[in-house]
Design a protein around this ligand. Structure first.
Ligand code: GKR
Ligand code: MG
Length: 418
């Protein structure tokens, strides 16, 4: 199947004021939606970041794809390498670690690879997970992604979740998520309140939901010594401790003392990071993310490497829509070595660009859609609305820190703050 055109549409969707080490989520999250339209009319869908710097690279690749055969993934890689060159895509938050040409190439390639696999699946009448080697599981388990949050965006009315800054409110948020989606694992986004308060938050969750696996992720907000104290305080309570401190050396120091495995989506973000991290015994769990690990097939390659070195695999997420969730579900289903429930921001959004129904959470898990390709259909009207929201909202890059300074004038990101 040869490509007639590659259409890239930036979209925005409403996002609550969720807190993290870098600040607070702005009123809209940005994404990009890709449609690869074949000469025969078959379309392949992809979704990724919506920051202008990413869109610029993706647009330049899209312009080069007329006549490209969607089964030629090495050809796609060459095109991406040629177009992206030495460019380094950076974001303002650093919540997925450092930046490099390799990571830029992997991120841009991924958007197009997913859409190509969707198109291949539609042509062959087979789900993407079959193209990735077949299902190791029929459904993929996800964790509840809990956030401390403000009650309202600046100048707006309170949202339905309300303010969450205390252990009691956190338990209320978790209860709502568990009742609605049936999650078992619970992940708390930390790095927001002093570590002792976040430790109390985890203890409150453990008491309210006995037997539910728990994790906390302060995105490197703690110094190694603090991280060791938290690890001791929560020994036997956490299934893993995610990015307690920045960098491989700091993580290795904490790992030596911590009773639970350390997980990361910040210090191991490229294949090149694996060797030093493994040598230093810095991480016990790598959090994959096809959006920056080079697509679905490289995510599987990452899984094989992790298995070879006795490291667990879980999955990181950012604010996303249904095309991304479908891709996450297919790759997770086709990846035998996946050790934990995956992250998702799904409960935090109210709208989508796909036709509802293909992706449903039952008992915290999503069944692999049976339809060909990713198994999700684009809702053209919803896409147009989300694009209108993008044009209207005026945001062109994610900037949690600047938005936070409008709440708290003196705010500085909490990186290694405590
Ligand atoms: O949505 O604020 C957020 C998260 O902090 C996200 O940006 C992180 O990349 O979820 C991510 C993580 O696990 O670090
Ligand atoms: Mg993380």
């Amino acid at each position: 199947m040869r490509i007639r055109e590659a259409l890239l549409t930036p979209v925005a969707f409403a996002d609550p004021p969720l807190l993290n080490a870098m600040g607070v989520h702005e009123p809209y999250a940005l994404r990009s939606v890709l449609r690869l339209v074949g000469e025969d009319g078959v379309t392949g869908l992809g979704e990724s970041y919506g920051d202008e710097a990413f869109l610029t690279q993706a647009r330049r690749v899209a312009e080069q794809l007329t006549g490209w055969d969607v089964f030629d993934l090495p050809g796609l890689r060459r095109t991406v390498e040629r177009v992206v060159g030495e460019t380094v895509y950076t974001d303002l938050h650093g919540l997925t670690g450092g930046f490099s040409t390799g990571k830029t190439l992997a991120s841009v390639y991924s958007l197009f690879e997913v859409a190509a696999l969707d198109a291949q699946g539609r042509l062959l009448g087979r789900p993407v997970c079959d193209l990735l080697g077949g299902r190791a599981r029929d459904e993929v388990e996800f964790s509840a992604y809990l956030f401390y949050k403000y009650g309202a965006h600046l100048g707006a009315e309170a949202d339905d979740w309300g303010e969450v800054l205390t252990p009691e409110a956190l338990v209320g948020e978790a209860r709502h998520m568990l009742d609605t989606y049936g999650f078992r694992s619970l992940k708390l986004k930390g790095g927001v309140l002093p570590p002792a308060q976040e430790t109390e938050g985890i203890r409150a969750l453990a008491a309210a939901f006995p037997g539910h696996p728990l994790r906390i992720d302060p995105n490197g907000a703690w110094k190694p010594g603090t991280a060791i104290e938290v690890a001791r305080a929560l020994d036997g309570v956490l299934e893993y401790l995610e990015d307690p401190t920045p960098g491989i050396a700091g993580m290795a120091r904490v790992a030596e003392e911590a009773g639970m495995p350390l997980a990361t989506n910040m210090c191991v973000v490229r294949f090149e990071d694996l060797e030093p991290a493994i040598r230093a015994k810095a991480v016990g769990v790598v959090l994959s993310d096809h959006h920056f690990w080079g697509g679905l097939r490289d995510t599987q390659a990452l899984s094989v490497l992790c298995r070879s070195f006795g490291i667990g695999l879980s999955m990181h997420s950012n604010s996303h829509l249904g095309i991304s969730l479908a891709a996450m579900v297919h790759v997770a289903a086709a990846t035998p070595h996946l050790s934990y429930a995956c992250d998702t921001h799904w409960p935090w959004k109210e709208t989508d660009v796909i036709v509802p129904g293909a992706l449903e959470f039952r008992d915290g898990a999503v069944r692999v859609p049976d339809g060909p390709g990713l198994g999700v259909e684009l809702d053209e009207d919803a896409l147009a609305r989300a694009h209108e929201d993008y044009l209207r909202c005026g945001l062109r890059k994610r900037d949690d820190a600047s938005y936070m300074r409008r709440y708290v004038g003196s705010f500085q990101p909490n990186t290694e703050r405590w």
